[in-house]
Design a protein around this ligand. Structure first.
Ligand code: OSB
Ligand code: MG
Length: 369
């Protein structure tokens, strides 16, 4: 397959409410949306970069320039025998994995469409529904948090993740656990703690958590291995696992019990699937994270989460948890059993609302072969 054209758009799509973590607060999606054409087929993808480089090193401006100056021109020069050829074609460009993923997802969508298959089917998915929960940002006080959690539970979500930081960790976890003794509950620190905080973090062991996500540095595997020995709660890595090699190192060092897999963080679906398979072979559970994607990235995530070793609920909530209006015509809705249904149509299945996408586009750029 030769890609004939690549169109990029910078967007701003406001969230229903600002999303706050231990390290940043954002008001909406600053993703880059990708549209490609090949063999008379149109594919769509998303690089779910943030406004600022506070989750990883990328942001909307950096991805925009790396895509235009390097990745899009490289992709137009490759004859693709399969979507697996994209990642090696980008290998010379270091890092910038979300920018790479935006293009790689779109190529998977094109191949699935050309073969008349769904993306989930092409990836080897085995589920028709995926279990999901909600990631709840830092709130202004505990009563507000309890009301926000109660709202999501009443919508039917059966697993809650709390964003934590120093001063907003033990008490929020305790308050939610006391209100809902049976709730599937987990926390995410987004790299704000250090190894010296081990005793402090061990207080979270009292709350029967599914997992504690990424307490230590974004690029650490070594200290997490030591921290893990002092925690009873399962330890999960997000930011630190950016490639199959990082996954292998974490398994070998016993740095965690669980991986959060986000194909955007990992540079694409191919390497995300490799990590899924490595974890499965090592007997390690994985779950699907999220980057507050629009309906395009969300459909990609749902397809990947249909693989067999995604055994814990994903941060892949229904579109209406994020946006008053999304850029797709067929948003996911939550099933009563806290699942989303895996699309069976062509490709990832998101039907882009191009008129609304135009409305929220800040800048467009196109490259033709
Ligand atoms: O660390 O998992 C994270 C959102 C943006 C950046 C990082 C993270 C998150 C979330 C939200 O937790 C998950 C979602 O998309 O609902
Ligand atoms: Mg996380």
């Amino acid at each position: 397959m030769r890609i004939e054209s690549i169109e990029l758009r910078k967007i701003f799509l406001p969230y229903l409410s600002p999303f706050e973590t231990s390290g940043w607060r954002e008001q909406g999606s600053h993703a880059i949306i990708v549209r490609m054409q090949a063999d008379g087929i149109v594919g769509w993808g998303e690089a779910p970069v943030g406004e600022n480089p506070f989750y990883n090193e990328e942001n909307q401006k950096s991805a925009w320039s790396i895509l235009q100056d390097y990745l899009a021109p490289l992709l137009l020069r490759v004859d693709l025998a399969s979507p697996w050829d994209v990642t090696p074609a980008f290998a010379r460009v270091r890092g910038n994995r979300m920018a790479k993923a935006g293009l790689e997802f779109t190529v998977w969508d094109l191949f699935a469409r050309r073969e008349g298959r769904s993306l989930a089917n092409l990836l080897g998915g085995t589920r028709d529904r995926v279990e999901v929960g909600v990631s709840v940002g830092i709130q202004k006080d505990l009563p507000t948090l309890l009301a926000v959690v109660a709202g999501y539970l009443s919508e039917g979500y059966s697993r809650i993740k709390l964003k934590i930081k120093p001063g907003w960790d033990i008490e929020p976890a305790r308050a939610v656990r006391e209100s809902w003794p049976e709730l599937r509950l987990q926390v995410d620190a987004n790299s704000i703690y250090r190894l010296q905080d081990a005793a402090h973090l061990a207080q979270l062991d009292a709350f029967n958590l599914l997992l504690i996500e990424q307490p230590l540095a974004h690029d650490d595997i070594f200290d997490h291995a030591e921290l893990k020995r002092s925690l009873k709660s399962p330890l999960c890595l997000d930011e630190s696992i950016v490639s199959p090699d990082h996954a292998r190192w974490a398994i070998s060092l016993q740095a965690c019990d669980i991986f959060n897999i986000k194909p955007s963080r990992i540079g694409g679906l191919g390497d995300a699937k490799r990590i899924h398979d490595l974890a499965q072979a090592a007997g390690m559970a994985v779950w699907h994270g999220g980057m507050l994607e629009t309906g395009i990235g969300r459909a990609v995530n749902v397809a990947l989460a249909s693989l067999p070793n995604f055994t814990l609920p994903g941060d892949i909530s229904a579109n209406d948890r994020y946006f008053a209006r999304d850029i797709v015509q067929n948003p996911f809705t939550l099933n009563p059993d806290s699942t989303l249904t895996v699309p069976t149509g062509l490709g990832h299945g998101a039907l882009v609302d191009e008129a609304y996408l135009d409305d929220i586009t800040l800048e467009r750029w196109e490259l033709r072969a």
